[in-house]
Design a protein. Structure first.
Length: 278
């Protein structure tokens, strides 16, 4: 399901950093189509040498994303080195930390786009397994004053990880996944959607940041919820998604319906632009 890309058609440009098992570079891919030379910006994701053994899960993560296409799902072009479309503005968590103040309607717009990507995956009965702000890429920042809205792309889930790193993904990873990491079900993505919504409305700050592994585990063992927003309807949606009973989590259609009613609530008008954090 991948069309082959030849190495000589790829150019490696600057390094953009390292993931836990991968190195990422900005690059470009040359295609000759009907006699014309097309250069496309790409992101090159290499599996680092001493993790060649998780090659197959690297492959399965990518091949999952290459079999389906949706406007809010990242394009994956190739695999021996993973060649992804280059999404200009990078990861949402870094953007939110940098930006500080984006409007409530900007945030709800992003939340709706993520919900529509999740709805699409749910219809295909595909579990992403790693929904978080770091995996949301901003193709267009959107500028409230110009009235142009943001546009996000959900990135690949990355390598399905050893238990340790699963723990490191508390509170994005659903509690039931800790019991059985191989039993990733659709409801897990609803839990992670709730945690990502929390990030979105808390300036991109990671929930439970700074808690050590022990305290993160206690958070689940004592059925804790994340600190709730003063906006009760938003806090309700987040806690519905982060229900410890997977079956009680809302469907994507319900999530989208609730987001739509949040968008029309007067809270949005009262909070057109968040004050800059002091
Ligand atoms: N598929 C992707 C993934 N990440 C980017 C990206 C964009 C950017 N402006 N800075 C970055 N810094 C690290 C990654 C990255 C682009 N495309």
């Amino acid at each position: 399901q991948f069309h082959m890309i030849k190495y000589e058609d790829l150019r490696w440009c600057e390094s953009l950093g390292q993931g836990s098992f991968t190195r990422i570079f900005k690059g470009s891919k040359i295609d000759i189509r009907d006699g014309e030379r097309h250069v496309t910006d790409v992101l090159l994701k290499e599996l680092d040498a001493n993790h060649k053994n998780c090659w197959e899960s690297f492959f399965e993560a990518a091949s999952l994303m290459s079999q389906i296409s949706h406007k809010h799902l990242l394009l994956v072009y190739g695999i021996n080195v993973m060649v992804q479309e280059f999404v200009k503005c990078g990861a949402l968590d870094l953007f939110l930390k940098r930006e500080g103040s984006v409007s409530v309607s900007w945030k709800l717009d992003v939340a709706k786009q993520l919900a529509s990507a999740l709805n699409f995956l749910e219809e295909k009965n595909i579990t992403h397994g790693n929904i978080c702000a770091k995996n949301l890429l901003l193709a267009r920042e959107g500028d409230a004053s110009q009235g142009s809205s943001p546009f996000i792309k959900l990135s690949d889930p990355g390598i399905n990880v050893a238990m340790l790193v699963v723990l490191d993904r508390i509170p994005w990873v659903a509690p039931e996944v800790l019991e059985a990491p191989e039993r990733l079900e659709l409801e897990c993505d609803k839990w992670s959607f709730g945690a990502t919504l929390w990030e979105l409305f808390n300036g991109g700050q990671a929930p439970l940041q700074g808690l050590d592994l022990e305290r993160k585990l206690q958070f689940y063992e004592t059925y804790k919820q994340l600190p709730s927003s003063e906006w009760t309807e938003l806090a309700d949606l987040i806690s519905q998604c982060m229900n410890y009973q997977p079956a009680f989590r809302p469907s994507c259609r319900s999530i989208i319906r609730q987001l739509n009613s949040l968008i029309t609530s007067d809270y949005v008008i009262l909070h057109a632009a968040e004050p800059l954090p002091d």
